[in-house]
Write a protein that binds this ligand. Structure first.
Ligand code: 5GP
Length: 192
């Protein structure tokens, strides 16, 4: 998606060879108009997939997931991060290792909101090692839902996330694919 790639080049900040900071338009301050365009792009790509819900992980995925859900005319689900296991019969939970914080957290979903009739599109801001997306998939499976696909704003293609998800048979649709990062360097994957 050209408009996202241009924004990344203009306002993204590559801290080192692993981390891209996008807090001026995605992670802290949010560019609402860009999020709307992103939502339309995902909705257009997945329009024939019979999606019943769009799910994301709090908090950075919420803005693009909401716009996608709005464009598709379905509800959005926020998978909640909790510091430790919560004893609640109505909650499904799974452990996820955080890429940026190098710790792990519990991801939770209420059984009330997903069931075997749901076909869920998972949206997240970044794809790195694929832990967050895999955790979201595990939760949806625990709820007996099926996965329509995974929509990512920024994929770091030099990290193993896409490969791991594709190996399991999932479609990954990424709007910007980064081939290389370095201090002040951002290079995209050449798309044919
Ligand atoms: P994964 O679970 O695929 O290893 O990492 C994805 C999660 O880690 C995303 O939800 C995102 O919050 C965070 N993340 C991974 N890489 C980056 C990055 O380069 N910049 C930022 N801001 N977040 C990242």
């Amino acid at each position: 998606m050209e408009v996202l790639k241009e924004k990344i080049l203009k306002d993204g900040n590559a801290l080192d060879e692993n981390i891209l900071k996008v807090d001026s338009f995605i992670n802290h301050q949010v560019d609402a108009s860009l999020m709307q365009q992103i939502g339309n792009e995902f909705a257009n790509h997945f329009k024939d997939y019979k999606i019943t819900k769009v799910a994301t992980i709090e908090s950075s995925g919420i803005a693009p997931a909401l716009m996608t859900a709005q464009a598709l005319g379905v509800p959005m689900l926020i998978l909640k991060k909790a510091p430790s296991s919560i004893l609640n019969d109505n909650l499904l939970h799974t452990e996820v290792v955080s890429f940026t914080k190098k710790n792990s957290y519990e991801l939770t979903l209420s059984k009330k909101f997903v069931n075997e009739n749901d076909h869920v599109l998972i949206i997240d801001d970044f794809l790195a090692n694929g832990e967050a997306a895999t955790g979201a998939i595990r939760l949806m499976r625990k709820a007996h839902a099926t996965i329509a696909g995974i929509g990512i704003l920024i994929e770091k293609s030099f990290q193993p996330g896409r490969g791991k998800l594709e190996e399991q048979g999932f479609e990954v649709y990424s709007l910007a694919r980064i081939a290389k990062l370095g201090k002040g360097i951002i290079e995209f994957v050449e798309e044919s």
